[in-house]
Design a protein around this ligand. Structure first.
Ligand SMILES: Nc1ncnc2c1ncn2[C@@H]1O[C@H](COP(=O)(O)OP(=O)(O)OP(=O)(O)O)[C@@H](O)[C@H]1O
Ligand SMILES: [Mg+2]
Length: 240
């Protein structure tokens, strides 16, 4: 089955069925009967610390593989992909924003932003400007970091690093953008600024956005919200 990011909302961006996952020699962490996220939606997934949010994102991005069940992302059954095919899919089709941003310290701001498009030709073909460098300038301009393009990311403030993380995630219009609590170390005002910028940029690329956090006050920025404890049978069994 092929998937085109421009082709509307027929196919879910994310589909999990009867998924179970445990870390080696550990207790089960996730048991999810069903989870479906439609293409193009912005979704807020919340749950307390330790409820399995990062683990779920790792399953969706193909970093981890469940012991049971089906994980289908952008039309691809991840069980059918090799580890290297999953790596390629992640770099090409998923923009990932980490809690601590994980910018590459020895690269400049511009290089950090352009890297995924340099590594993945197909992602590079989805840029809007004529060249990759022009695209990095265009996005950096929108995010107010144009003057920093040649600066080392080591010399950025936290707020500037966040903006680079957004630019890096949305360049090349990945059909899926995932964010793992990127606001947890910020005060309320900066949190809202970050969310507004992120949702605005993701709306432009028409990507599906899956944002996880324990902070329920952020829910108003999203079209849908989901509670991980309510879909994770491990938690319900623990409570029973
Ligand atoms: N690499 C690992 N090896 C073993 N157990 C792990 C590993 N990573 C996470 N866990 C366990 O899996 C459970 C879920 O962890 P996870 O990191 O997914 O939670 P989370 O909801 O993202 O928490 P937080 O909000 O604190 O980031 C926890 O009990 C944790 O101890
Ligand atoms: Mg986490």
């Amino acid at each position: 089955m092929s998937y085109s990011p421009m082709s509307n909302n027929v196919m879910p961006a994310i589909l999990l069925k009867d998924v179970s996952f445990y870390y080696r020699q550990g207790e089960p962490v996730l048991k999810i009967d069903s989870l479906e996220i439609s293409s193009g939606r912005s979704v807020f997934l919340h749950g307390p610390s330790g409820s399995g949010k990062t683990t779920l994102l790792s399953l969706i991005s193909g970093v981890l593989v469940p012991q049971g069940g089906e994980v289908r992302v952008l039309g691809q059954d991840l069980r059918k992909l090799s580890a290297s095919a999953r790596d390629t899919m992640r770099g090409r089709d998923i923009g990932y924003i980490f809690q601590s941003f994980n910018l590459i310290p020895y690269l400049s701001v511009g290089e950090n932003i352009m890297l995924s498009c340099m590594l993945h030709e197909e992602r590079g073909r989805r840029i809007r400007a004529a060249t990759l460098s022009e695209e990095a300038h265009r996005i950096a301009d929108r995010l107010g970091i144009r003057s920093k393009l040649n600066t080392s990311v080591r010399q950025l403030s936290m707020g500037q690093q966040q903006r680079v993380a957004i630019a890096r995630a949305i360049i090349g219009s990945p059909p899926l953008v995932i964010a793992d609590e990127p606001t947890s170390s910020l005060d309320h005002e900066r949190r809202d600024d970050f969310l507004s910028l992120l949702t605005e940029m993701v709306a432009e690329t028409q990507s599906t956005l899956l944002f996880v956090s324990h902070d329920l006050t952020l829910v108003r920025h999203f079209q849908e919200s989901l509670s991980l404890p309510s879909i994770n049978r491990c938690v319900q069994e623990e409570k029973a």
